[in-house]
Design a protein around this ligand. Structure first.
Ligand SMILES: Nc1ncnc2c1ncn2[C@@H]1O[C@H](COP(=O)(O)OP(=O)(O)O)[C@@H](O)[C@H]1O
Ligand SMILES: CC(=O)OP(=O)(O)O
Ligand SMILES: [Mg+2]
Length: 435
């Protein structure tokens, strides 16, 4: 009898929901590494911030099944929860997927929850942990609330499934030094109110450093990189000897690089000049999310979409780019340079690679070229042909740098937060022992 169980990994991003279904046997008591989960199905709903939303659904073992969907527009899907419900309904009607007869077949649901507060590792979702996470919703206004509504939907629709929360913050929490985590404000007040730098995209950075280390044939503990996760939310991370040293995001995912709808770092007094009622509660806040007008503007009405009118970054280099496209492109490259320069210094120049990831990092060759062009002084150099022809290459990590024994590499990593959660889940004896 097979002991394999199904793991559904759910990644609610700010503009998308990405879902992957895996099968996995229980962790091996002999081997520490556990078993790599085996991918059965991949699905996503993207463009949630530039409707209509687009649905895709692919059986990995059966490329010819009629259940597969390449890209279908879903005009009625407006939120992450709508997207998840659409996926669950589609899955329940998919008679070609032999491994799933009903929702009861899914043993674990791994949820990406962006803000985990003080949680240092993943946690089973129960009343206590759910209440704690609800208290954090205001600290990740674009993420925690939608992700928790997916948790509620899972609890309702898949009542037999064990739900586990994985946090973007955990990767940074234990290793980021105190002087980097601390904001220069009254320490007592900051401690009482849990005000510090948390850092985000940690599930992605954990995946990236593991895969890059394997590519470089080094151990994770010997691998130091500057990683850029550039998607609807964008951040940079300095990883020293496999661990997070610094991340450009802060108390919330607003700090640092600009995003599709987020301003990133601005002079903090800008909010008082921008609107005189900045501190009032926003009308778009819900019962679960009490955000101020200033937070709403900086999180949802800023970023490049506020300048070019779309959250679709690929429009910047299209045949008819919107007005101010060049300004937005140059501004983004400039802010990325700020972090590469700073992190190169923080890593004392001991950098194995500059790594591009996320929707923009993986797809925009123009952005990669402009970024690398500006950091040649640090020894990075690009192979333009390789950079422009990555579609022809296979592999999770691709080299787009000029070959040189001494120079740091320039890499693209197809990041996979769903796989990272499933991989962690597959080797966690504690979670399996409670089944
Ligand atoms: N070919 C492309 N060129 C440039 N940007 C792209 C391309 N395809 C997708 N993107 C951008 O990637 C971003 C989404 O990245 P992703 O990491 O999937 O987002 P999320 O933050 O929702 O997880 C969007 O801003 C989208 O415009
Ligand atoms: C933390 C964050 O910004 O996530 P995403 O890029 O998925 O929106
Ligand atoms: Mg994302």
């Amino acid at each position: 009898m097979s002991t394999a169980k199904l793991i559904l990994a759910i990644n609610a991003g700010s503009s998308s929901v990405k879902l992957s279904l895996y099968s996995s046997t229980p962790p091996d008591s002999e081997r520490k590494t556990g078993n790599a989960p085996c991918l059965i199905l991949q699905s996503s709903v993207s463009n949630l911030t530039s409707p209509p939303a687009v649905f895709s659904y692919t059986h990995t073992e059966n490329s010819s099944t009629s259940s597969n969907v390449k890209s279908k527009e879903l005009p009625d899907v407006k939120s992450q929860d709508d997207a998840f419900k659409h996926f669950l309904e589609y899955l329940s009607k998919d008679s070609d997927l032999k491994q799933v007869n009903s929702g009861e077949d899914i043993t674990f649901a791994c949820h990406r929850i962006v803000h985990g507060g003080d949680y240092e590792r993943p946690v089973v979702i129960n009343e206590k942990s759910l209440n704690y996470l609800k208290e954090l919703t205001d600290l990740a206004p674009l993420h925690n609330s939608p992700a928790l509504s997916l948790v509620q939907t899972t609890l309702k629709q898949l009542p037999k499934t064990t739900n586990i929360a994985y946090f973007d913050t955990s990767f940074h929490t234990l290793s980021m030094p105190e002087h980097i985590k601390t904001y220069p404000v009254n320490l007592e007040h900051a401690r009482r109110n849990k005000i510090r730098k948390y850092g985000f995209h940690g599930i992605s950075y954990s995946f990236i450093v593991t895969e890059v280390a394997e590519y470089l044939k080094k151990s994770v503990e010997e691998t130091s990189i500057i990683a850029l996760h550039l998607g609807s939310g964008a951040s940079a991370c300095a990883i020293r000897n496999g661990k997070s040293l610094d991340n450009s995001m802060g108390l919330t995912p607003l700090e640092g690089l600009p995003g599709a709808t987020r301003s990133g770092t601005v002079d903090p007094s800008l909010v008082f000049h921008y609107t005189s009622n900045a501190g009032r509660i926003s009308h778009s806040g819900t019962e679960d999310m009490q955000i101020s007008k200033a937070e709403e503007i900086l999180n949802k009405k800023s970023g490049w979409s506020s300048i070019i009118g779309t959250t679709d970054f690929s429009k910047l280099k299209s045949d008819s780019p919107p007005p101010h496209s060049e300004l937005v492109f140059d501004l983004f490259v400039d802010r990325i340079h700020n972090y590469i320069g700073a992190y190169f210094v923080k890593l004392r120049g001991k950098v194995d690679a500059l790594v591009f990831a996320g929707g923009i990092g993986e797809k925009s060759f123009e952005l990669r070229e402009a970024v690398v062009d500006g950091v040649q002084c640090l020894g990075f150099s690009l192979n333009k042909r390789a950079n422009e022809n990555i579609e022809k290459e296979n592999g999770i990590v691709l080299n787009i740098g000029e070959e040189s024994a001494r120079a740091p590499k320039v890499l693209i990593c197809s990041t996979d937060e769903q796989f990272e959660m499933a991989r962690e889940c597959a080797r966690d004896k504690e979670f399996w022992s409670k089944l």
